[in-house]
Write a protein that binds this ligand. Structure first.
Ligand code: SF4
Length: 262
């Protein structure tokens, strides 16, 4: 079994809130998000044998409780992720997956085999606005993306539905980038669309402080990250539609927003 492998963090406390994880970054992604910071993973190949990654997971095993697959888009490599998730389960680790939501059929296979405890799904733009989704995944700025944004949006909705219907952990998150995706209107529309899709089930929604300095699209690179206070202001906007909201910043990590104190 070969894996198109990017890199690894052997011990992380930030990629699955409340857990210590080894994080494996796999290469490849069908999207071209203009703010992508991991774009080195989008274009090159580095095929390694899965046994190399199994050895890394085993090395981290005494110090972690979980494996997180990230990327790139890990679910592009269905067979590799299923293989490595089976290995993680065999040695007693939990499995979490960061995904852009484009592969609900792969998620369904993982869920059927009970290989995943939590999915972290990007909601890059309102889930009922194909034009915004097109902008967020790079259709307006790059020619090497061959995805209909309406179809992409539909797949994200399908992925969220699938997780909600299977009693598996779920985090929805939006990366906030100044002057790109992060105005009060953007966040209001995203939160409203999540509310409509999930019927306000107790989904966890995270506003992530995006860093644009290494963006795929050069013109975003000078955008300053939003401050924690700005993100808290956006959380307040989202609270009209959602209850369980976090902000994630470099300075304070993951914080559940207490709306009494804003
Ligand atoms: S930010 Fe977008 S382009 Fe980059 S890895 Fe994630 S989904 Fe793919």
């Amino acid at each position: 079994m070969k894996v198109n492998y990017g890199s690894m963090v052997p011990i992380s406390t930030v990629d699955w809130h409340g857990k210590v994880s080894i994080v494996l970054f796999l290469r490849g992604c069908p999207y071209r998000c203009p703010y992508c910071q991991n774009h080195a993973l989008l274009f090159e190949h580095n095929m390694v044998d899965a046994s190399v990654l199994e050895a890394e997971i085993k090395k981290s095993r005494p110090f972690v409780s979980s494996v997180v697959f990230s990327g790139g888009e890990p679910l592009m490599q269905k067979d590799a992720v299923i293989h490595l998730a089976r290995y993680a389960k065999k040695i007693g680790l939990l499995v979490g997956i960061h995904t852009n939501g484009h592969y609900p059929h792969v998620m369904a296979e993982l869920i059927k085999e009970r290989l995943v405890e939590k999915f972290f799904i990007d909601v890059k733009a309102p889930l009922d606005d194909a034009e915004s989704y097109a902008k967020a995944i790079g259709c307006m700025d790059f020619t090497d993306i061959h995805i209909d944004p309406g179809v992409a949006m539909g797949k994200v909705c399908q992925s969220i539905d699938l997780v909600l219907g299977n009693d598996i952990g779920l985090e929805l998150r939006t990366t906030i980038i100044r002057d790109f995706m992060g105005s009060a209107d953007d966040v209001r529309n995203i939160a409203c669309s999540i509310n409509e899709l999930t019927a306000r089930q107790a989904v966890t929604y995270v506003l992530q402080q995006g860093f644009a300095a290494n963006s795929l699209l050069g013109s975003l690179r000078d955008k300053k990250p939003l401050s924690r206070d700005e993100l808290l202001g956006l959380a307040d906007v989202a609270h009209e539609f959602l209850d369980n909201i976090y902000v994630r910043t470099k300075e304070k990590g993951n914080e559940k927003v207490n709306f009494e104190s804003i």
